[in-house]
Design a protein around this ligand. Structure first.
Ligand code: FES
Length: 234
């Protein structure tokens, strides 16, 4: 379970850049008057994309822009693990350790990060190059275990593939994201077990007239049997 607290060291202030401010105005304009609070998540995201993390002054600034109590924005920022409440390294590795990922080996992913980078969950390498975070369900359970780096998901991970990915980032490369086990998206890892028929084959025509006649016959027989039973009782 990830712990969500604000950073101890906070900047004195926060302001959106003029470009981010224009973007936030466009986002707010999408919602009806009086419903601007609906823009809270996109605005927190904009603040994070600008600063790399979400500070208390950013939360206060957004609360002012959306006419919301600061506590309401704070609740959203602390609930979603997608928001970094502390400064993070250049490469932010977010490892999902929720149930599906845990069952599929997220411990090995964490172990690979620890061995390769020398830092544990919630820690940043001394050179500021990598931060490893623990996050709640990343919404890609079918490809568990999963780690998110930037906007990309690395899926079907194990110890070795995690090491390979980290090595590539260390070299300044951007390794291919998606399934690391070679399967196509979320297709079955082995042979398909359902929907195995050829979907391009024409569907066999059904004799609906015969089917209806059989149904009516069965219905009449059931009614006759029920009547016979009732008259026997009488
Ligand atoms: S549990 Fe990890 S993606 Fe859902």
């Amino acid at each position: 379970m990830s712990v969500r607290t604000l950073a101890k060291n906070q900047p004195a202030s926060f302001a959106f850049t003029s470009e981010a401010l224009e973007q936030s105005k466009r986002v707010i304009a999408k919602y009806p008057a009086g419903r601007q609070a609906s823009a809270v998540i996109p605005l927190l995201d904009l603040a994070q994309r600008q600063e790399g993390w979400v500070s208390r002054p950013a939360i206060e600034c957004i609360a002012g822009m959306l006419d919301m109590p600061v506590i309401r924005v704070l609740e959203v920022a602390t609930f979603y693990t997608m928001f970094n409440l502390h400064p993070v390294g250049k490469t932010h590795v977010q490892v999902c350790t929720s149930l599906s990922c845990a069952l599929r080996g997220s411990n090995d992913v964490v172990k690979a990060c620890q061995e390769k980078l020398g830092v544990g969950l919630g820690e940043t390498t001394p050179d500021g190059a990598f931060t490893v975070s623990e996050v709640e369900c990343a919404g890609a359970c079918v490809n568990a275990p999963v780690a998110q780096v930037g906007d990309d998901y690395y899926e079907d991970l194990d110890f070795d593939s995690t090491v390979k990915i980290l090595d590539a980032f260390k070299r300044g490369e951007k390794p291919p994201h998606g399934s690391q086990s070679g399967r196509d998206a979320s297709a079955p890892a082995g042979e398909p077990t359902s929907l195995t028929e050829d979907p391009t084959k024409p569907i066999a025509k059904q004799d609906l007239v015969a089917a209806k006649a059989a149904f009516e016959k069965a219905k009449a027989e059931a009614a006759a049997a029920a009547a016979a039973k009732a008259s026997g009782k009488a």
